[in-house]
Design a protein around this ligand. Sequence first.
Ligand code: N0T
Length: 529
Amino acid sequence: LAVSPASAQSGTPVPHIETRGGHHALIVDGAPFTMLGGQVNNSSNYAVALPDVWPVLDRIHANTVEVPVAWQQVEPEEGKFDFSFVQTLLDQARAHDKRIVLLWFATWKNTAPGYTPDWVKLDNSRFPRMKKRDGSDHYALSPMFRSTLEADKRAFVRLMTYLKEHDPQNTVIMVQPENEVGSYGSPRDFGAKAQKLFDGPVPAELTKALGKKPGTWSQVFGDQADRAFNTWYTARYIGEIAAAGKAVKPLPMYVNAALADPFKVPDPSGVSSGGPQQDVLDIWKAAAPAIDLGAPDIYDRKSKDVEAYLKAYARPDNALMVPEIGNAAEYARYFWPTMGLGAIGFSPFGMDATGYFNYPLGARKLDDETLDAFASKYAAFEQIGRVWSKLAFTRPTWGAAKPDDGAERSTTMGDWTITAQWGQWQMGEADWDFLPQEPPPWADEPVGGMVVAQLSPNQFLVTGDHVRVRFGTAKGGPKHGMLVRAEEGHFDKDGVWVMDRVWNGDQTDYGLNFIDRPVWVKVTMGSYR
Ligand code: N0T
């Protein structure tokens, strides 16, 4: 695969998402790209903070930085624009060989208007807040007013125009309009304008897209009507902004979700009502075709929930991307199943040295152990580079992270099963009782994961950490199936496999054991006759 560096001076094809046979790829410089990201803290969107960003990203082997650009920062006075921070960011990212995902903090940032300019925040008649059920003001701006939409859209279009003019090499590869949108506490705007529309019919476009019978919002959506209503109007609003931005420069655009319990129907007043949670993704798809994907912000440490979120957002019509995940070490293992689901990117949140930590959501501090948890995985993916991105787009892939209960995870690919086991020494079996059986130090820790790609019916590429990976014969597979060969190796600069050594003997007799070195191993399975 030919890859042009981020610093290429000439124009390159604009990044976009491609979908084929249920697989997705983020195409950057004309080929699939996997975002190994890090998101900076919220207030690191100023030049003074950037020197605290690059060392952390380099340390974890990230290839992309996610950075906010605030409406208040680029249009402090109405109609007067200042993109100097964006230029500084472009210059420094290129110098540090990083791509950028820009986060447009505007009408909604974690649902609130904090990042709007003062002339927006302070003018509630031109930019109305939502009304609560009792008629009082809610804190969030309402999605029901053209004046707010037009003002946000104008600034966003200026931002995209700046990128069109100053970023021909596409250092910016994706844009996130708004951040964790919706509304907490009140499921929708209860003001007069909204109420009138709420009492009317659900737009035919939406009922059709969902395969539902026409009716009022309450008739069609029942208990979830207020939330469905706010979701539709919020998604329409952002979809219009995204479409206007794409008309200038068609970068991929996604929205991120403050998540709700994946196993319950959300309480419309408890969830950020209007946001792209998994159960309302279809409303977003119908309302905002310019949005390429909805994405989960993962701040829930329960493995069962994380597995459910990843599966819910990896859809044939929605590329999986994790734009935020807590930066505590235990979240790092979810990189593996994320990649196994063919994700286009992954990004822990709060990856800079500005001294802020969002514990208890993420890490208490970015100590070496925490940084290494992410760095070891990103380093393996940096090594394989675009080879992985292409495999994820074209071949079956699968990954697993150690679940909270330590149960093994397994999958079948053609004739073979691949099983991930946790918390074992590199040598030995659980039934060995002739030697002391003290579990390894990581047995009780939330670490461990692996990923595998099927290269051809009998060949696999696998890596992981704190995991024992066993290859076996699937039901109905060959009678004398066996692991024929396991090669440790690397990819050269042209993406060609280079064998470094063969794993055999102790290194294969008890499965393939990856502990603190996620090296790439190419496995060939076979059977004798
Ligand atoms: C995330 C981040 C940043 C009762 C949190 C998570 C980022 C935003 N929000 O550090 O603010 O900009 O997208 C919200 C999780 C709330 C959990 C509340 C539990």
